[in-house]
Design a protein around this ligand. Structure first.
Ligand SMILES: [Mg+2]
Ligand SMILES: [Zn+2]
Length: 234
């Protein structure tokens, strides 16, 4: 494992946005309880590496299971609290969790919103970027679905597809499309989050000046829910 020596501080610093299901934790259809939560091997250690160099790690997750009535926002909070515990066991933490509870075809009517936060739209990314004082153009979005990759493109960030969760299925789809259209496959694809972080840190170490400021990593737990009907700025 490479040693990460640079410390990232100040405005315009990079950030790593992580999809949750299939990227951080093993994919379970509509995960609504801490009992179903299993971290993918190597994930906590990878997040800890980002923590060590003060790169904010922000979870952005579509949770249409709330809109579908499978579980509640409180259940999602419980899952994130437990995820914090599992990560803390490895000295890792995330700066913030953002989730979208909406779906246009919601069973629970108050969530039946064609919102700006559901990926591939960028409401969660832009809200988080403002809150965490990071630059989307310096940011990475890591996920296992096309909606994650599209959100990255829509936000002007760099997308990385992991082969965990639905990632191998997504990769196959992209390969088939590439063959069908003759267009080169330009998606950045790695095995898992640990490999993604390895790549991110090596790219950043090559491309950015080193900061001499001491690390100021905000580890306070925040759980963001969008106000209903709120439209995030693009
Ligand atoms: Mg996912
Ligand atoms: Zn939403």
């Amino acid at each position: 494992m490479a040693i990460d020596t640079k410390i990232w501080t100040g405005p315009g610093r990079p950030a790593v946005f992580l999809d949750r299901d299939g990227t951080i934790n093993e994919e379970v259809k509509y995960l609504g309880s801490p009992h179903q939560l299993r971290l993918i091997p190597g994930v906590a250690e990878a997040i800890a590496r980002l923590n060590q160099v003060s790169i904010p790690v922000i979870v952005v997750t579509n949770q249409s299971g709330i809109a579908r009535g499978y579980y509640t926002e409180d259940d999602v909070q419980d899952v994130h609290n437990y995820m914090d515990k599992l990560l803390a066991d490895h000295g890792a933490s995330v700066s913030a969790y953002y989730y979208c509870p909406h779906h246009p075809d919601a069973i629970v009517k108050k969530y039946a919103v064609d919102c700006e936060c559901r990926k591939p739209r960028i409401g969660m990314l832009s809200a988080a970027a403002a809150q965490e004082n990071v630059s989307l153009s310096q940011a990475y979005v890591v996920g296992d679905k096309r909606s994650d990759l599209r959100a990255a493109v829509n936000a002007g960030a760099r997308g990385i597809l992991v082969r965990t969760g639905y990632g191998t299925k997504t990769e196959e789809e992209l390969l088939h499309e590439s063959e069908a259209t003759g267009a080169a496959l330009v998606t950045n694809i790695v095995d898992d989050l640990a490999a993604a972080v390895e790549q991110i840190l090596s790219q950043l170490n090559q491309s950015q000046p080193q900061s001499v400021k001491p690390p100021k990593f905000a580890s306070t737990y925040r759980h963001h829910r969008p106000e209903l009907g709120q439209h995030y700025p693009h």
